[in-house]
Design a protein around this ligand. Structure first.
Ligand SMILES: Nc1ncnc2c1ncn2[C@@H]1O[C@H](COP(=O)(O)OP(=O)(O)OP(=O)(O)O)[C@@H](O)[C@H]1O
Length: 618
């Protein structure tokens, strides 16, 4: 005989329309299934049409602006705490309408991820038993695992939701973590509950910026934790707000809004204030006779004394030594980076190819880290050194070797990089006359300064980079073929941002780099991903920076960008009709914008003349 688990038996009963077997479901789930059944919902059907119009989502976001501001920062933190586990964090309003989501890419791309989007409605009467809907109804944290969902089509989803309540116990919003496995996630459930409690406390600070806020707990070491009571009190001692742990700690006392401090605590308001305002912890008795410790967290108009904040974790993008200090989850790039370690161990010259702003210099620095070399990382922008000085710059010069030479001579960058790494950036711009000298150096690793007879042996890791097509330059005889083959013993190709499969991670990583603790919603990432980003990561970085500055907020959503920032780039009129020049033109215009409309900087970044740049951006 086949053994059926409790949930199997319960589902079979649900689908047959029978009574649910005793003990197979928690009381909360059984009651919810029954309500759904009473509404005539068919558990085998797919619920339809539960996404509201975007204009309505925006209206709801405005209504919940204060909640959203606090919640998005908490969601970001929560996301970083459980990152990499195929999760989505969602914020719902009191009606169970999802306002924002933050997820890892695997979940966002899954069928489950696509069903939890801004505007999707997750109340029980529409979606059957689910964590968001049930947490709203029961006004308590709820977890619904896999097939406990009423509709069998949600059976691959596990959700943990906690309501965000006002001091009166009314639902203000809902916080949810969902994953696409039927696994029980006690730890995640606890994190969601803590995040909801943190938001509730944050709301008290936000709404009661004018009043005193005291924290209290029977144990002094708990004053900084989420189980501490928070009490917002007016200048006259009237209780204006109290958090849920506070109500719980004062069980049996009339801990309601409007009551006077003296009605809750034996020490009078004035006496307590004397101790609290001196900044210390006081010990007083509540009116039920229990001792509590109390500390002042905010002195109304006179400013904040101290507000306990949980440490903000940075998303776990960075990992063990040997792995890059930047986002590198794109499979092709990841493979290339994995092989890179072997090439570096064999001391091969590394060439990094890629469009402007794709992270070539970061990769070069990673090569240096991988090599474990104790010497310096020395970078030379080959396009920025005048032809006449190039050889002296790399190989050094003796005293007075040429006009304007430094009086005491210079060792040159190759010797400075001895036992370290020499990074030849924009290597395609090396003057023809210097290519032969560089080739000789790469073959012998010997340096002879200009004006000197002595040679010095050096030991350097060579890394070169360019955004130009060196093969084409070889074909047109602008670049020596033998030099190219010497430089590109191992080539890492940096993918353009538009084709990176880890786009979302790059965005999240940049957000943490620019402003730690800030959040970006999935919808905002989706909007950014529509653009082709000719200026790549550098351009994305400046768009995010501008959005954060403009918003004055801790989060970025899809409304944070100007039309110009997310519109597909346009080319200038002359290039519009020519497919070939259009791409180059868009790149120039986009880098120009990212550089703050600076012609010289754009010319430098793209290795072009200022006249060329000007022609395309005027
Ligand atoms: N994978 C990444 N994750 C996060 N930030 C990145 C990443 N790649 C690049 N960046 C950032 O983007 C900017 C451009 O990177 P970098 O200077 O390395 O690009 P590049 O390809 O060398 O540009 P150019 O060709 O113009 O010299 C830098 O601020 C860098 O920190």
């Amino acid at each position: 005989m086949q053994y059926l688990s409790g949930i199997d038996r319960a589902r079979a009963a649900l689908e047959r329309g029978d009574r649910f077997p005793a003990g197979a479901l928690s009381a909360a789930v059984a009651e919810s299934w029954q309500r759904c059944r009473d509404l005539g919902l068919d558990p085998r059907a797919t619920p339809q049409g539960n996404v509201i119009a975007f204009s309505d989502v925006n209206r709801r976001r405005e209504t919940n602006a204060a909640l959203r501001r606090l919640a998005l920062a908490e969601m970001q933190l929560l996301h970083s705490q459980i990152a990499g586990s195929n999760f989505m964090i969602a914020l719902g309003d009191a009606d169970g309408v999802v306002l924002d989501t933050i997820s890892d890419q695997r979940f966002a791309d899954s069928a489950a991820g696509r069903s939890i989007i801004p505007g999707s409605v997750w109340n029980e009467s529409d979606r059957g038993t689910n964590a968001l809907g049930l947490a709203a109804l029961r006004r308590e944290p709820v977890a619904i695992y896999g097939r406990e969902h009423y509709f069998s089509c949600h059976g691959h989803l596990s959700c943990m939701a906690a309501p965000i309540l006002d001091p009166g116990g009314h639902v203000l919003g809902l916080l949810d973590a969902s994953c696409s496995e039927e696994a029980r996630q006690q730890h995640t459930h606890a994190l969601v509950r803590m995040a909801a409690a943190q938001i509730e406390n944050g709301l008290i600070f936000q709404e009661r910026a004018e009043s005193f806020i005291f924290a209290f707990h029977p144990r002094v070491e708990y004053l900084d934790t989420l189980s501490a009571g928070l009490l917002a009190v007016s200048q006259d001692g009237e209780v204006l707000s109290i958090n849920r742990p506070g109500v719980h700690l004062l069980t049996g006392l009339p801990a309601t809004l409007g009551i006077h401090f003296d009605g809750l605590f034996e020490a009078g308001f004035g006496t307590a204030m004397d101790g609290l305002l001196s900044g210390g912890v006081i010990r007083i008795r509540d009116r039920a006779g229990s001792g509590v410790f109390m500390v002042c967290r905010q002195i109304g108009q006179r400013g904040i004394v101290e507000r306990p904040q949980r440490a903000r974790a940075v998303p776990a993008v960075l990992s063990s030594p040997g792995t890059p200090d930047f986002v590198c989850e794109d499979p092709a790039l990841k493979r290339s980076v994995a092989d890179l370690a072997r090439a570096v161990a064999l001391r091969m010259p590394i060439h990094v190819a890629g469009e402007t702003g794709t992270g070539k210099e970061l990769m070069a620095r990673h090569v240096h880290d991988l090599s474990g070399r104790k010497g310096e990382f020395v970078a030379l922008n080959c396009g920025a050194v005048p032809e006449a000085l190039f050889i002296a710059e790399i190989f050094g010069h003796e005293r007075g070797a040429y006009t304007n030479a430094r009086a005491d001579g210079a060792p040159g960058l190759a010797r400075t990089a001895d036992r370290g790494t020499l990074f030849l950036d924009e290597v395609g711009d090396i003057p023809a006359s210097a290519q032969t000298a560089l080739l000789r150096f790469l073959d012998s690793m010997e340096v002879r300064a200009v004006g000197s007879q002595k040679t010095h042996k050096v030991d350097v890791q060579i890394v070169s980079a360019t955004n130009r097509n060196l093969e084409e330059m070889v074909a047109s005889r602008e670049f020596r073929a033998d030099l190219l083959y010497r430089l590109n013993a191992y080539t890492v190709r940096m993918p353009p941002l538009r084709s990176r499969s880890d786009f979302a991670l790059v965005v999240q990583h940049l957000m943490q780099k620019i402003a730690p603790g800030t959040a970006i919603t999935d919808a905002a990432i989706a909007r950014l991903s529509l653009r082709s980003w000719p200026g790549n990561i550098r351009e994305l970085q400046s768009v995010l920076q501008r959005a954060l500055v403009r918003q004055h907020l801790e989060f970025v959503d899809e409304e944070s960008f100007t039309e110009r920032e997310t519109a597909p780039e346009d080319s200038c009129e002359d290039c519009r009709g020519h497919a070939l020049s259009r791409h180059k033109c868009r790149e120039i215009r986009s880098v120009f914008r990212a550089s703050g409309d600076n012609v010289s900087k754009t010319a430098r970044m793209l290795g072009l003349s200022r006249t060329t740049v000007y022609k395309h951006v005027r």
